[in-house]
Design a protein around this ligand. Structure first.
Ligand SMILES: [Zn+2]
Ligand SMILES: [Zn+2]
Length: 347
């Protein structure tokens, strides 16, 4: 079978791999669709985790179930999450599930960009294989994980009703953040991204206004105007660009929160006036990844039509064209969410 892997920094290759088999407690899924994530793009650039495994947003149909697996039948349409927390350590007890030491210990084999992949028993037993409701399309399903990341972030930072939000970086996940914040009761939502395509997409059911951040003064003016000069309650850094963090710090009100949401560039540093941070009471809060519980909640929001995501998928590529898909996904003026499709995809 075909599998897309990171052969070397900068090089995606589609290789022949043995068909995976379902051992005890495991599930094998035939891939229908898998989105390309910003973190996959960073891995390709050599900025994040030296691993061959890419693709963690896959949906498909169950091809085989191992001994002892209950509640999942061959043919069922599912989403599979690549990492799971242990629910039995201090980090998990504190609700910081994605910072659980065992969170990244298991992964899909050989990754989400494969005709078939194996889900480890640990993931299966903790509920990481989520059946999809009939109304959830493959495209919807491929956005469950990134939307889950946005939900986990919002849950962590807190979103009292009417919270004003400024999102720096309007890639698919930044837009999902805006739409979820809207659904969950935010007040004014602003956005910033150099790409016209992305600013326009963010305006659909998400941001009230968006600007081009290449002129940082324009971003500050927008926030000043929208908040009566106070600054926003919450500024979200949904980009790897290091310059976005000091900008976000300058945009929040006294006592406000900066959410480090996008994967920062490897080796980037933050230089801030500590006394100003202290006196202004700025909270800088990183949130990383998501859990199967939040993904299930996003699934509920999608099923109830309280969240729409499908329009964010701008391009489909068959698995053997994965290198082209990655190339396009890295061009913000041309694409939003790019998904690879596999043998189970139809329609
Ligand atoms: Zn992702
Ligand atoms: Zn844990």
């Amino acid at each position: 079978m075909k599998a897309g892997l990171l052969a070397a920094p900068g090089r995606i290759s589609v290789e022949d791999r043995p068909q995976p088999e379902a051992g005890p407690g495991e599930v094998v899924v035939t891939m229908a669709a898998c989105g390309i994530c910003g973190s996959d793009l960073e891995k390709v650039k050599g900025n994040y985790r030296a691993t061959q495994v890419i693709g963690h947003e896959p949906v498909g149909t169950v091809a085989a179930v191992g001994a002892g697996v209950t509640g999942l039948a061959v043919g069922a349409r599912v989403f599979a999450h690549h990492h799971v927390p242990c629910y039995a350590c201090p980090a998990c007890f504190a609700g910081a599930y994605t910072y659980c030491p065992s969170y990244t210990k298991t992964n899909l084999d050989p990754g989400g960009f494969a005709e078939q992949f194996r889900v480890p028993a640990t993931n299966v037993s903790r509920g990481a294989v989520l059946p999809l409701a009939p109304a959830i399309s493959w495209e919807d399903g491929a956005l469950l994980e990134p939307a889950g990341c946005a939900l986990t972030a919002l849950r962590t930072v807190g979103l009292p009703p009417g919270t004003s939000v400024m999102i720096l970086g309007l890639g698919p996940v930044g837009i999902l953040y805006a739409r979820l914040a809207r659904t969950l009761g935010a007040g004014w939502i602003g956005g910033a991204d150099p790409s016209n395509l992305r600013r326009t997409a963010a305006g659909r059911k998400g941001a009230d206004t968006s600007v081009d951040p290449r002129n940082a003064e324009k971003v500050r003016q927008l926030v000043q105007l929208a908040t009566g000069g106070r600054g926003v309650d919450l500024a979200v850094v949904a980009t790897s660009a290091p310059s976005a963090v000091p900008l976000a710090v300058s945009l929040v009100r006294r006592g406000g929160t900066v959410n480090l949401f996008g994967l920062p560039e490897a080796g980037s540093h933050l230089e801030e006036d500590l006394q100003q941070l202290y006196l202004r009471g700025i909270r800088i809060l990183p949130t990383y990844a998501t859990t199967e519980r939040d993904i299930a909640e996003v699934h509920s929001l999608l099923s109830a039509k309280r969240l729409e995501v499908r329009d964010l998928v701008t391009h489909h590529f068959p698995l053997d064209k994965l290198p082209d898909a990655f190339q396009l996904a890295a061009q913000p003026e041309k694409a939003l969410k790019v998904i690879a499709t596999g043998p189970a995809f139809s329609g």
